[in-house]
Design a protein around this ligand. Structure first.
Ligand code: ATP
Ligand code: MG
Length: 438
């Protein structure tokens, strides 16, 4: 072993008999990569989330490999290999649709030393290669810094991660504040991984988060969007949301939603939001599709309601206020979290469809049912009912309406229409009105 300047970072080798990782739980492609790199004379280990998840009996979705081979050397070993990345140069070894990511051991090095670049304390390029110990201590949490090799099937631990995994604790490697300043997204990773794994965040890692939360303002919006998807579409959205709230991150990541929740004294909006996230988790557990559009419709609904109420209080026409509130909330949020238009447009449609569910005129009913966003908007209406029991009649009507044949529905509407009371009739229906065109 090379000399280690920090006595805390002493190598501990957990032998095959003393950990629960079996080769059967590791993807064959990842095993091939490990064996081939070893055969070519390089060190190679499974690392990161996969080792952590295997230790707690989980089934990792992806398997990352760390090696002392440079990306070019990795490419020379595998024909099915592509080099990617600038900020972080990596080799991707392809096996059909499966990709094994192979990274060369990296070192922390000095600021702006070699192929490394910092901007305002943040890493923008990070390609100084180093030893396996160097590689371990530059990772975020000790649980994420364990190495599994096929030379002796042991787990190598340089930072006390093995014990932390047993104790279900997320502990930052190094000085927490410095590690968060270097990469503020680590605060979100702490919350996300704690939610996903059911780990607790060690106090030293948790305590600085509220005070440093605003550092996220300067994180790249595209990266925050990716992190949001991992946080909310991986089956632990509700727990992640509660974690964001608890650690003072919600008000930075979703400021307008946080404000709306704070001013909604009966808690109805929060209940609805949590219910929406719990439903999302349920769908993930059942392998049903989940979409970023619906997710963000849930997350930003409180913000939308608040903005809508504000505009209506100013006397803005309701239909105009709807669209304006949707646009404002979207514009403000996308400055922080880069929600792409292909998701923000259907998100807005889900919101703008909501008032239509109160309308029972025959033509409107048929138009609403035919809207491409009907299903999502109806699911959303059901969610709203959680917080607004008075919507029960609407939910019941549309639940039935979508199951009826057109003639049956038409008949039902004639009967209902009679009792609907006086409603101003437009002389002529506007054609082609889009979502929310009331
Ligand atoms: P998941 O189960 O969600 O994939 P993960 O820990 O594997 O969790 P990845 O984003 O796949 O997360 O990252 C792989 C590994 O890279 C991590 O386990 C960690 O060792 C390291 N890593 C990722 N992001 C950071 C970061 N921001 N700072 C330091 N190390 C990181
Ligand atoms: Mg991973």
């Amino acid at each position: 072993m090379t000399q280690d300047s920090n006595p805390q970072h002493e190598l501990r080798v957990i032998a095959r008999a003393d950990h629960g990782i079996s080769r059967r739980d590791i993807s064959n492609s990842a095993l091939k990569v490990l064996y081939k790199l070893n055969e070519a004379g390089f060190q190679a280990y499974l690392v990161g989330g996969a080792v952590r998840d295997l230790l707690i009996g989980g089934h990792p979705k992806d398997f990352d490999v760390a090696t002392d081979a440079t990306p070019e050397q990795v490419r020379a070993v595998f024909r099915n290999c592509r080099l990617i990345g600038r900020r972080f140069r990596l080799a991707h070894v392809m096996f059909g649709r499966e990709i094994i990511e192979v990274a060369t051991f990296r070192a922390n090095g000095g600021e702006d030393e070699g192929d490394r670049e910092l901007e305002d304390g943040r890493l923008v390029r990070d390609n100084i290669y180093g030893s396996i110990e160097d590689d371990a201590i530059r990772r975020d949490f000790t649980a994420n810094a364990l190495y599994y090799g096929v030379d002796d099937f042991s787990v190598r631990d340089y930072v006390g991660g093995f014990e932390d995994v047993q104790a279900r604790v997320l502990r930052l490697i190094g000085e927490p504040e410095a590690r968060y300043r270097e990469d503020p997204v680590r605060m979100l990773r702490a919350v996300r991984l704690a939610a996903k794994l059911g780990f607790t965040i060690d106090a030293a890692a948790a305590d600085p988060i509220p005070g440093l939360a605003t550092l996220l303002d300067s994180a790249p919006p595209a990266r925050l969007f990716d992190e949001c998807l991992k946080m909310f579409l991986a089956g632990n959205a509700e727990a992640a949301f509660l974690g964001l709230e608890r650690h003072g991150l919600l008000k930075v990541l979703f400021p307008e939603t946080a404000q709306a929740l704070a001013s909604n004294s009966n808690g109805a909006l929060r209940r609805m939001l949590l219910r929406g996230l719990a439903n999302t988790d349920q769908r993930v557990a059942q392998d049903k599709p989940v979409t970023p559009a619906f997710l963000f419709a849930v997350l930003l609904w409180p913000a939308f309601c608040r903005e809508l109420a504000r505009l209506q209080a100013q006397g803005v026409d309701p239909a105009v206020a709807q669209q304006r509130a949707a646009d404002r909330v979207t514009v403000h949020q996308t400055r922080l979290v880069a929600l792409p238009r292909r998701f923000s447009i259907p998100m807005q449609e889900v919101w703008l469809m909501q008032p239509r569910f109160a309308l029972r005129q025959r033509k409107r009913v048929f138009r609403t049912l035919a809207h491409p966003r009907f299903r999502a908007a109806f699911d959303f209406l059901e969610l709203r009912q959680e917080a607004a029991p008075e919507l029960a009649a609407d939910v019941a009507f549309w639940a039935e309406a979508q199951g009826l044949a057109p003639e049956q529905l038409a008949e039902k509407l004639v009967v209902q229409g009679a009792g609907e009371g006086p409603r101003k009739r437009r002389r002529r229906r506007r054609r082609g009105a889009g979502a929310g065109g009331e």
